[in-house]
Design a protein around this ligand. Structure first.
Ligand code: NCD
Ligand code: ZN
Ligand code: ZN
Length: 433
């Protein structure tokens, strides 16, 4: 394996140094290092961050390879600076057995442009009726630690309680898609004045908040670890803040799109803006940004949800929920959090690498940029900018909500255990091992 010298990189946007990468690890950090035979990467003006970790990616394999595969989804992830993604369980078949999670894990090992940590379903077939074989998935080669019925809510309180209790034995976490099903029947967008005007059935904030309130109380009652997926309202922030103040072991994520976009976009009736949970109000967006800066919301997770054009290029009510996000996550976070002064790059590294790695228990990721650590590193140019064109997508799907928007930043290089997956801003073709 070749060795690399990243010259004049700005580590977490703080100190400028040279970083030597060899044999999969960071071997040296210093000034004016001798390149010797190493490949020199000019990192002048670039920020070096630990490889990003996504706790919430839909890779769609097995079953929906027309929208994404482990190979195309992880390629998209590498292009976005990620070195590890958690693959959600709502595949076909559902990842609810040791066999399916091992299949996804193996696909990641064989075709992954980044590490793939499979998420296991909480209930059989995501049907919300019987607990899946959580222990068998944890004990499998995939070593599952995150369990989620994402796409659906574990709405039965008894099942949720049992799941929370059960995963304690192997240090697991339940990642809840908080959506009270009865309150959201037929829901199409955020419930508010605009949904009434557009004639689309509303998805009220309370449908999310009621489940989060219930779940933090359950997690407290049984002393378990809870993670809240794609938090989207000011009220949800207040509930998580309250739970944390009581010492409940709860973490929460926000997506890039909920940090940037609002429900006003539904007025276009363009299904690119249809997502679950729905885009909310400008006031919610402000609350989410503040909560992420404060640490009430722990992490950014993409909820990358690729869909083929036939499921998106149709009328709003018939379209699938979801948008892609891996390739633009860091740019949207720069735009909404860094350029606004809410967060520095060290804060970004914590929220997009160290903390998601800790929640998902992926030990080789989210490590500090330090000698002896695995060389999972991204080099990012914050001064670059680009106009988003869905035709440039690395993902197999093009349901990106930022078409035509100018976003800052560019991933210049991504290293996965010392091997570049991206160099000079382009994917390294022969990388997938
Ligand atoms: N976010 C979405 O709108 N869609 C996700 C499911 C989910 O994350 O709930 C999907 O699988 O397409
Ligand atoms: Zn979800
Ligand atoms: Zn999701």
């Amino acid at each position: 394996m070749s060795a690399y010298l990243l010259r004049h990189a700005s580590l977490l946007g703080e100190t400028v140094a040279d970083v030597r990468i060899a044999d999969g690890v960071i071997t040296e950090i210093g000034t004016d290092l001798d390149p010797g035979a190493d490949t020199v990467v000019d990192a002048e003006g670039l920020i070096a961050l630990p490889g990003l970790v996504d706790l919430h990616t839909h890779l769609r394999e097995p079953g929906r390879e027309d929208s994404e595969t482990v190979e195309t989804g992880t390629r998209s992830a590498a292009a976005g600076g990620f070195t590890c993604v958690h693959a959600m369980a709502n595949t076909d078949p559902v990842a609810d057995t040791a066999g399916v999670v091992e299949q996804v894990w193996r696909l990641g090992r064989e075709h992954g442009w980044c590490d793939v940590a499979p998420v296991g379903a909480v209930t059989v077939g995501l049907d919300g009726e019987r607990l899946a074989e959580l222990g068998a998935m944890a004990d499998s080669a995939a070593g599952v630690r995150v369990f989620s019925d994402d796409g659906r809510c574990v709405s039965d309180a008894v099942l949720m309680r049992r799941a929370l209790e059960y995963v304690k034995a192997f240090d697991g976490v339940i990642a809840q898609h908080a959506q009270e099903p009865r309150l959201t029947e037929g829901a199409q967008m955020n419930e508010g004045e605009l949904s009434g005007r557009l004639g689309l059935t509303g998805w009220p904030a309370v449908a999310e908040e009621a489940i989060i309130a219930r779940d933090v109380l359950l997690a407290e009652h049984v002393g378990s670890r809870l993670h809240v997926c794609h938090l989207s309202t000011r009220g949800s922030v207040e509930i998580v803040r309250w739970a944390k103040s009581r010492g409940v072991d709860v973490t929460a994520e926000v997506t890039p799109h909920h940090l940037l976009l609002t429900d006003a976009l539904a007025a276009t009736y363009d299904p690119r803006y249809k997502v679950n949970p729905p885009l909310r109000t400008a006031d919610d967006v402000a609350a989410l940004r503040e909560a992420l800066a404060e640490g009430v919301i722990d992490i950014v997770a993409t909820d990358h949800a690729p869909h083929p054009s036939e499921d998106k290029e149709c009328e709003w009510a018939a379209a699938a929920f979801g948008m892609t996000g891996l390739e633009t996550a860091l740019s949207v976070v720069q735009h909404t959090m860094v350029d606004t002064g809410l967060l520095d790059w060290a804060g970004v590294a914590e929220r997009m690498s160290a903390t998601p790695a800790r929640i998902g228990r992926v030990a080789a990721h989210g490590r500090p940029l330090a000698v002896g650590e695995p060389a999972n590193v991204v080099l990012y140019d914050p001064a670059a900018s680009r106009t988003i064109d869905p035709r440039d997508a690395v993902s197999r799907s093009r349901n990106i909500p930022y078409a035509g928007l100018e976003l800052p930043g560019r991933v210049v290089a991504t290293f996965l255990r010392g091997r570049p997956t991206v160099l000079d801003g382009a994917l390294v073709q022969e990388v997938a091992a």
